[in-house]
Design a protein around this ligand. Structure first.
Ligand code: PLP
Length: 287
């Protein structure tokens, strides 16, 4: 079955889907995106993803391309047309197409919208979660508005490539004062020796992950104490457990940091429980 993409009002074969060379996303990274999980034929937390998309657009003063109801309708249609049961839907909105000029184009330039959907092998992800993954640490070198989910991801691309070349799944950005911010495409967590969950507060310095929000709720339901505060690399190395979170990655145990074992080198019970009960705290809407 061939894949279908949504591009500016049309459903087109994925292989032929294209945007204009003067799309500002292409030329300036002037756009935002969302990745929403599809789980058993349901959109996961679409309401929260659309709310974050609206916030990202507003922070960059890009106008909303259409109503949330219309965006949601296209999300479902893209998922349906690609027959995705488990996987993800990708939404991208840029400031639109205009003659190349750094300053904003006139207000009659419409934002450009692209959506794609693709299947993922959740059984494989579960097997990986059974073993855990490795992370490396890299210096934080991103701008200070990483709370906006922009398509400008070059530092993340380079960090994740470095992780891959080191045999790791993720790279954790570390500030000059030694504190972990987040991963290249995930939020970062540890479980202390006292069994307390620690993750950086989602004010500035990280993306407020939707998965992160849900994990905070699952932890509360399970009675796991949560501390929203930064943690250092030595603290992570001394932790009992560590994990990363993102839509589709869900809760993924981290068993090695820069080649050093975390805990006993195996996924721990707190992480496993958060992963297995994750969807109980999500909004699931049938496609
Ligand atoms: N942090 C970064 C830099 C990300 O790119 C992502 C997801 O892509 C996340 C965190 C996790 O966000 P979410 O849980 O909403 O997928």
């Amino acid at each position: 079955m061939s894949r279908i993409a949504y591009v500016n009002g049309l459903y087109v074969p994925h292989a032929e889907a294209a945007v204009h060379i003067e799309d500002r996303g292409y030329q300036f990274g002037d756009g935002v995106y969302e990745v929403c999980e599809v789980y058993g034929g349901h959109l996961v937390d679409a309401t929260r993803h659309l709310a974050r998309l609206a916030r990202s657009l507003s922070e960059l003063r890009i106008r909303a391309p259409m109503s949330d109801a219309a965006l949601r309708q296209i999300m479902r249609e893209v998922v349906r047309r690609n027959r995705v049961r488990d996987g993800m839907v990708y939404i991208q909105v840029t400031r639109g197409v205009a003659r190349r000029d750094h300053v904003f184009p006139s207000s009659d330039v419409a934002p450009a919208v692209v959506m794609t959907a693709r299947a993922a092998d959740f059984a494989k992800a579960d097997r990986q979660a059974g073993e855990g993954v490795a992370v490396i640490t890299v210096p934080e070198n991103r701008w200070d508005r990483v709370d906006i989910k922009t398509v400008g991801l070059l530092p993340n691309v380079l960090a994740k490539q470095q992780a891959k070349e080191s045999g790791a799944r993720e790279a954790w950005f570390v500030t000059s004062d030694g504190l972990v911010t987040e991963g290249g495409s995930t939020n970062a967590w540890i479980v202390t020796g006292e069994g307390r969950l620690v993750t950086r507060p989602a004010t500035r310095g990280i993306l407020r992950g939707i998965t992160r929000e849900v994990v905070c709720e699952v932890a509360a339901r399970q009675g796991v104490p949560l501390e929203e505060r930064p943690f250092s690399v030595p603290e992570a190395l001394a932790a009992r457990e560590a994990f990363i979170t993102a839509a589709t990655t869900l809760v993924m145990p981290v068993v090695r940091i820069d080649g050093h074992m975390v805990g006993d080198g195996r996924p721990g019970p707190v992480t496993r429980a958060l992963r297995s009960h994750f969807h109980e705290a999500t909004e699931l809407v049938a496609v």
